[in-house]
Design a protein around this ligand. Structure first.
Ligand code: SF4
Length: 391
């Protein structure tokens, strides 16, 4: 347990991020922690790099909506200070706190307080002696570093531990975690460290973290992006929801990639809809589709959607067209319908559908197909046939 958040075993994979404020700035740090929690972050880490930071943690921890982990490098005394401040967990880097007596002292104090520790090995700060023994910065060297730390913890009978073996190289990180998962049953914290700016950092993070999660490896994750940490939390949440590892908590806006059939600027409509729905915290799956030819059918699983065609927006609920509005009102109509669904429910909105809407959508679809030189009925039959085969 990290505070009230379970990590490992059958617990849901949790999302972590780290504040970028000076921890000594209590109000600034708490503001960022609240923003992270609102974005879906389960656990937040704060650096504890000076005495003032340890003192500030004593004020931050009781006011935080999520458990706080103190990040410790080099100075074991700051780990003791963070424990005194009441943090829910510590992260120690075995690459830069190397004296066994210091490590054991911290572990014994953590044990006395019932506080877990993450052994956070980073390829970039690996103990040089460990690298030399294992042929450089290799997966074996990183895992050996973590196991060495674990052995020291065991000497003081402490094993409330999770482990990370992060690297900025995705293949190295994947190898290290695979080896670690074969070596130990401790919960694993996944991450590609120093992944970089968007979109490259995001792609590297997804490549490493998703690969391992798909293999059943990993209990908690952090995207290390050179970006606002709120983006890290959102990214982590989105990845876990996309992989079916966490239930959807908020909006899931799906949008077609657009193509030559598009009857509207899909990027603009989707971007405006995403911002407006997020601002209203609408927790629905909403589709923005570029044309009514394919849109309502392709996105029929979505709670709500809109598809363009011949200057109109065709609003659909669970694949059924319920209203047709002028194109200029597409986003406003989508927001209005989303709010009505939240207030009245899907069934009520289906019952309140404009009886002419589906016929108008069909006519528009046929018109578009004829313009494109396709026989509408033949096409509809073909689509139906394909669906039957698929099902
Ligand atoms: S929904 Fe229409 S516009 Fe969008 S990708 Fe499909 S065919 Fe193209």
């Amino acid at each position: 347990m990290v505070g009230r958040v379970p990590v490992g075993g059958d617990a849901p994979v949790s999302i972590q991020s780290m504040t970028t404020t000076k921890t000594a700035d209590v109000d600034g740090t708490l503001a960022q922690i609240y923003a992270l929690a609102a974005a879906g972050c389960d656990i937040v880490r704060c650096t504890c790099n000076e005495e003032a930071a340890a003192e500030a943690l004593a004020q931050i921890v009781p006011r935080s909506p999520v458990p706080i982990v103190a990040d410790i490098h080099f100075q074991h005394k700051l780990a003791l200070g963070a424990l005194e401040a009441g943090v829910h967990a510590l992260r120690l880097n075995p690459g830069n706190i190397r004296k066994p007596e210091h490590i054991k002292l911290v572990a014994a104090e953590a044990k006395a307080r019932g506080v877990p520790i993450r052994i956070g090995v980073n390829a970039g700060s690996l103990d040089p002696a460990m690298a030399e023994r294992h042929g450089g910065i290799t997966a074996e060297a990183m895992v050996a570093s973590a196991m060495h730390e674990l052995d020291l913890f065991r000497e003081v009978d402490f094993d409330d531990v999770k482990i990370s073996v992060k690297a900025s190289s995705v293949p190295l990180m994947i190898d290290a975690y695979r080896l670690l998962s074969e070596t130990t049953d401790h919960p694993l914290h996944l991450g590609v460290t120093e992944a970089g700016v968007m979109p490259h950092g995001l792609i590297k993070g997804v490549a490493g973290i998703a690969t391992l999660l798909a293999e059943g490896i990993g209990d908690t994750i952090r995207f290390s992006l050179t970006a606002d940490p709120v983006e890290e939390a959102k990214t982590g949440r989105t990845l876990l929801e996309a992989m079916g590892l966490r239930e959807r908590k908020g909006l899931d806006l799906i949008a077609c990639p657009s193509c030559g059939r598009a009857e509207v600027d899909v990027i603009r409509v989707a971007t405006e809809a995403q911002a407006a729905l997020e601002a209203r915290s609408i927790p629905l799956q909403v589709a923005v589709m570029g044309c009514v030819v394919n849109g309502p059918g392709e996105a029929r699983e979505a709670d709500l959607g809109i598809a363009a065609g011949r200057g109109k927006g065709h609003l659909f609920v669970k694949g059924q067209v319920v209203r047709v509005v002028p194109e200029a009102e597409m986003v406003a109509a989508l927001i209005d319908e989303a709010e009505r669904i939240m207030a009245e429910g899907i069934e009520a909105r289906l019952a309140a559908a404009d009886p002419n809407a589906a016929a108008i959508a069909d006519a528009t679809r046929d018109e578009l197909l004829q313009i494109q030189g396709v026989d509408a009925n033949h096409s509809a039959e073909r689509i139906q046939k394909i669906r039957e085969i698929a099902e």
